[in-house]
Ligand binder design. Structure first.
Ligand code: FMN
Length: 220
């Protein structure tokens, strides 16, 4: 199949888009309303997009509490959602009004940021503290009217790491076991069973690819 995606003519019972963009990291976003209510919610339209300074993006499908808080306060946090915290992460996605504090609801412990006035999940192995740079109000297919979907672009100004997750000077992703969002209702867990290590390759004197030095060939 090969279909017009503006019309979304896939003809399948479920839209395959998110099953193709997979695995997606889950940005577990902590924010605080101007009245002081804390908020926590997962966003898998999330990624890192730039180095030094580091930038992250979040896609909000509609004006949700997270985005309203970020617009109001200009700050938020992103905690790493892990296998051990799955129930807390999923619980925090519940449809609820702005008066509901999903930290209290799910039992995740809020810890206020060191660099921004927004809470992150104390139980998480790592979190970013972020300052809003820009919100992009996404236009529709013909770029005529707005969709009500937004991209939040922010600079990372602080990073928290639980020292228990530093092994030999590296953040230990295998130990943290982050969750990834796949298509439909699927998730994956990133751990030593599905990670491998290798360098980028170089070209040899004939302009051909040389095998990367650290590629041990144990996983394909
Ligand atoms: C794993 C996961 C990923 C999600 N990703 C997104 C996303 O990228 N964008 C979005 O708008 N909603 C996403 N949602 C739904 C929101 O978490 C949900 O609408 C939540 O209630 C929003 O909370 P808020 O109003 O407190 O911001 C996701 C839900 C789950 C469980």
């Amino acid at each position: 199949m090969h279909y017009d995606t503006l019309k979304n003519e896939h003809g399948l019972p479920h839209d395959p888009f998110k099953a193709i963009v997979t695995p997606r990291p889950i940005g577990w976003v902590g924010s605080k309303a101007s009245n002081g209510t804390l908020n926590l919610a997962p966003y898998s339209y999330f990624n890192a997009v730039a180095d030094r300074p580091y930038y992250v993006t979040i896609g909000s499908n509609g004006l949700k509490d997270t985005m309203a808080n970020i617009e109001e306060t200009g700050v938020f946090t992103v905690s790493l959602a892990t296998e051990a915290l799955f129930d807390h992460m999923n619980g925090s996605s519940v449809a609820s009004g702005p008066e509901i504090d999903e930290f209290a609801l799910t039992g995740a412990t809020p810890q206020m940021g060191k660099f921004v006035d927004a809470p992150f999940v104390a139980e998480s192995p790592a979190a970013f503290e972020c300052k809003l740079y820009q919100i992009i109000d996404l236009p529709g297919a013909n770029r005529d009217k707005k969709t009500g979907n937004f991209v939040i672009l922010a600079q990372v100004v602080g990073t928290y790491i639980n020292d228990d997750f530093i092994t030999d000077g590296r953040f230990d992703t295998r130990k943290a076991r982050p969750l990834a969002r796949c298509g439909y209702m699927d998730y994956a867990v990133i751990g030593s069973e599905n990670m491998f290590e290798t360098n980028r390759p170089e070209l040899d004197e004939h302009g051909r690819l040389k095998a990367p030095e650290k590629w041990d060939g144990t996983y394909r």
